[in-house]
Design a protein around this ligand. Structure first.
Ligand code: ME8
Length: 654
């Protein structure tokens, strides 16, 4: 069967000396969409590339006393390295310095010239080199570039140039925009563009003679073609125009050009008019997304407020960065980047919600069935509710992605994850495991959890591919998710009998540095902590009063436990009831930590438990042990004591 084609592009990037996380934004979104459409069974062409010509590049190379080609080669390699680190799965990368592109640009110029829509004249007007944009006198702001993100001085140009008759196409373009509401999205940008076009389009200067780093005008080699005319044509090069007619017939017109909001004008005025004049169909949609801002300002090299994406990926991993960009920023609007918000997302969504669901499920499977996923029995109402939500989620995500509501799609997947975590608390498998009569119920719960995780792994593949693959493999499933399809999100396809492996958590929680005082500082702050490390008496031989012998310490049975669930204790604002996995057994423990921790923060965490403490009743609930926590003398701060790295539940502490 012929697969449905889907052609998606990012803008092609200017080789900039300094990469920033804003650069990663468009490409991450495009990658997520490309992966989603592939998993939906479509034949995807995902294109990105680099925009390497123009006066700006020529000047920069001259400043460094190297040839422009040498300059762009070096920088383009850093972009490609970033895309590799971010797991960007582009199908093609067009460099505008490639011969295949050269041919396309000259041919489209020639076609439009032959149609009579390009003519030679004298250009006199203003040019902003950093933006590579021509401006009219009346558009300048205080004599400077009107782009709010630039506002740098413009240069007066007076040269013989070729002009492109944009004005002739003004009415046809307006008509197209008005009759194709999907052409410019979101609607706010569409309205902006309609207003702009209604003010009148001027013919556009599309050649330059005062520098030579560009593609020559085919009919006059003294001129090089304007860099935007050159760059926009890359979408034809990538689709195989003049190279592979079958490919071009399949993929053109493009389904989606994703671009930042500041370049919507080029993509929805110059580009469609170029195509109209050349007799080619227009792309279906141009989506203008917002900017990633740092304290309200667009991140850009010239402002010096850039966040290095490579360092971020090294610190947090590609999936954490991808997830943050896709989830935190409402697609279309501007979004703020902050380290605190990134860490918050990692801890709450990835470590707590997703990581814990996998960890708790695999820990329970290991404990109750030796890791083997059992056959489910007849589903109860509660089971059915979970199954229905899983099925609905698949449909909601599909509609959201096709409607370009990416963060809404992720929110829907995370609602399912949240529901599954709550399902563990509600079904309490550790209680079901106690009796033979509830064995079938236990099996159903364990199967359902493995099945939810399988569906979640497929659903998140487009957004966090490495994490999805890790979950897939931990679930004992075959191959990798990309070899499967979204059609397999149907409930019930997990093959019972497979073995789930328990592995360290997907995303360790990140402690925010300033929340915990550095070692040795505790005493000077809010008072000494109540539980201290081994320092103290070591080295002292004089003081013996109040000391205990090792045999006294040995009477304590301290064990590492993993919190399976935590909930508030009715009528006691300081207490939480925890179910703690000790390997051999599960303990119910009441802990006075409710003012410092929310129940959902504790599920999945490891604690140190005094396992041989006499059981006690607190607010009518039996507590079988006590977890260790450190607190300052005024109890302003409290921190649960945990092993430094993950270790098997039940391990002895001594
Ligand atoms: O515009 N937040 O290239 P470019 C979000 N060569 N997106 C950002 C951003 C930020 N802080 N900074 C940059 C060009 N981008 C042309 C394109 S296409 C025929 C030619 C996005 O390297 C920006 O919005 O300046 C754009 O979508 C992409 O990065 C490339 O920008």
């Amino acid at each position: 069967m012929e697969r449905k084609p889907f052609y998606i592009t990012t803008p092609i990037y200017y080789p900039s000396d300094r990469l920033h996380i804003g650069h990663a934004y468009t490409t991450t979104i495009a990658d997520a969409l490309a992966r989603y459409h592939r998993l939906a069974g479509e034949d995807v062409l995902f294109l990105t590339g680099s925009d390497e010509h123009g006066q700006k590049i020529q000047r920069r190379a001259a400043e460094q006393e190297i040839k422009p080609k040498e300059y762009v080669d070096r920088i383009v390699a850093t972009f490609q390295d970033l895309w590799r680190r971010l797991n960007v799965s582009y199908d093609d990368f067009v460099r505008t310095t490639e011969p295949r592109h050269h041919k396309v640009v000259q041919e489209i110029f020639r076609k439009i010239y032959e149609n009579g829509d390009i003519y030679k004249d004298e250009y006199e007007g203003w040019y902003c080199m950093p933006c590579e944009t021509f401006w009219l006198e009346r558009q300048l702001v205080d004599g400077k570039c009107p782009n709010p993100d630039c506002r740098r001085p413009v240069e007066l140009l007076r040269e013989e140039s070729y002009f492109f008759r944009l004005s002739k196409y003004q009415d046809r373009l307006l008509e197209h925009i008005k009759t194709h509401p999907e052409f410019i999205q979101p609607a706010s940008r569409r309205n902006e563009m309609i207003k702009f076009i209604e003010q009148g389009l001027e013919d556009l200067c599309i050649s330059r003679t005062t520098f030579d780093w560009g593609i020559p005008v085919p009919i006059n080699a003294k001129h090089v073609i304007y860099v935007w005319f050159d760059a926009l044509s890359n979408y034809l090069t990538g689709a195989g125009w003049l190279q592979d007619e079958a490919k071009f017939a399949k993929f053109w017109p493009a389904d989606l050009h994703l671009v930042g909001k500041e370049i919507v004008r080029f993509h929805t005025i110059i580009w469609p008019i170029m195509l109209m004049a050349a007799g080619l169909p227009l792309p279906k949609t141009v989506f203008g997304h917002g900017w990633l801002v740092l304290e309200g300002e667009k991140m850009s090299k010239s402002k010096g407020n850039v966040v290095d994406p490579v360092a971020l990926i090294e610190e947090f991993g590609a999936d954490a960065i991808r997830y943050f960009l896709l989830r935190e920023i409402s697609f279309g609007a501007d979004g703020n980047f902050s380290r605190a918000a990134l860490i918050q997302r990692i801890n709450s969504d990835l470590a707590n919600d997703l990581g814990n669901l996998l960890y708790r499920t695999s820990a329970m499977l290991e404990k109750f069935t030796g890791g083997r996923v059992p056959e489910p029995a007849f589903p109860s109402d509660l089971d059915q509710e979970l199954i229905r939500l899983a099925e609905q989620t698949v449909a909601v995500v599909d509609a959201d992605i096709r409607g370009l509501e990416i963060n809404a799609a992720l929110a829907a997947i995370w609602r399912l994850i949240g529901r599954a975590n709550k399902y563990i608390d509600e079904t309490a498998p550790w209680n079901l495991a106690k009796n033979e009569e509830t064995r079938a119920q236990l099996h159903t719960v364990l199967y359902n959890l493995a099945e939810v995780l399988r569906i979640v792994a497929l659903e998140i593949f487009a957004f966090v591919p490495a994490t999805s693959t890790r979950i897939w493999q931990q679930l004992g499933l075959e191959g990798t998710p990309d070899k499967h399809s979204l059609a397999e999100c149907r409930w019930g396809l997990y093959p019972a009998g497979r073995v789930v492996h328990r592995e360290p958590p997907l995303f360790p929680r990140i402690e925010i540095g300033d929340a915990a005082p550095a070692a040795g500082e505790a005493a000077s702050g809010a008072g000494p902590a109540a539980v201290k490390g081994a320092a103290g008496a070591a080295g002292s031989t004089q003081v013996t009063e109040g000391l205990i012998g090792i045999e006294d310490f040995a009477r304590l049975d301290l064990r590492v436990g993993t919190v399976l669930s935590a909930e508030k204790v009715e009528g006691a604002d300081k207490l939480l009831k925890l179910m703690v996995d000790l390997g051999e057994e599960t303990r119910q423990v009441v802990a006075g930590v409710a003012q410092y921790y929310r129940p959902e923060e504790l599920a999945g965490r490891q604690v140190v438990l005094v396992a041989n403490l006499k059981p006690a009743k607190l607010k009518g609930i039996t507590s079988q042990g006590m977890i260790l926590a450190a607190s300052t003398a005024d109890r302003a701060q409290l921190a649960i004591v945990a092993p430094e790295s993950r270790i098997a539940s039940g391990s002895k502490v001594k």
